[in-house]
Write a protein that binds this ligand. Sequence first.
Ligand code: IPE
Ligand code: IPE
Ligand code: MG
Length: 266
Amino acid sequence: MGLINTGAAAQTIALPGTAPAPKRPAPRAPTGSVPRHVAIIMDGNGRWAAARHLPRLAGHRAGAQAVRRAIEAAIRNNVGWLTLYAFSSENWQRPEDEVSDLTGLLRHYLRHEVAELHREHVRLRAIGDRARFGAEISRELAQAERLTEGNTRLNLTVALSYGGRSEIVAAARAVAAAAAAGTLDPAAITEASFSAYLFTAGMPDPDLVIRTSGERRVSNFLLWQAAYAEYLFPEVLWPDFSASHFESALADYATRDRRYGTRPEP
Ligand code: IPE
Ligand code: IPE
Ligand code: MG
């Protein structure tokens, strides 16, 4: 037939001259729409503090305030899914005192903010290697996830000790183990079935990834999931991020033409 089946998405592509071109799939997010899932690489806390001759911890504290503003802005703008990159698997390489400050802030956040998230009908999830934060934080994260699991106003996911490559390797290892045990047929593995082995199983892919502080790199964030995300790199340092920055990002997203490899509309 001269057709290539690309698998999970079941998009069938005709090779030139071999078959009539199939109907182009409708874009999932037409121009002008609100992103269903916004993911943010919250960067620039250290530079914010340095500019004020303050310790880096002051920047991280101010960054925690910006988290609150981003959550409120997501709720007000009907964004259903918000994912925040709070600590990467590479951030363990920072000096011990900074890691301990960040862990302390996380513990404080879990103890003092979860009740408020629950009141606001926010569902909290964590992705990443949470065990590295120790038994206590792991337990508190699990409790917060259980407490909020019935909430539907906003799905808030916090990436903690998260790395995209190690997430994919862990998924590959689990898939290989199932195949070796004879419970999974390698030929039956699809993009959709592989996705179910990732931390983000069941979550929609991000539509928009924002990285603050002007850095233009992805730093190991949602490598698989952001395959077709739109990216935005505002200059604002994370502690200065406000509702208006969030809304400008939504306005920019609304102008994008997401084509997923199809031909632009004439
Ligand atoms: C982001 O701010 C917070 C974390 C990575 C934990 P940084 O601490 O990376 O701030 P800069 O990039 O040094 O300004
Ligand atoms: C990425 O920021 C991770 C988070 C924002 C949590 P980094 O500041 O750690 O990334 P690099 O080192 O500049 O790539
Ligand atoms: Mg940084």
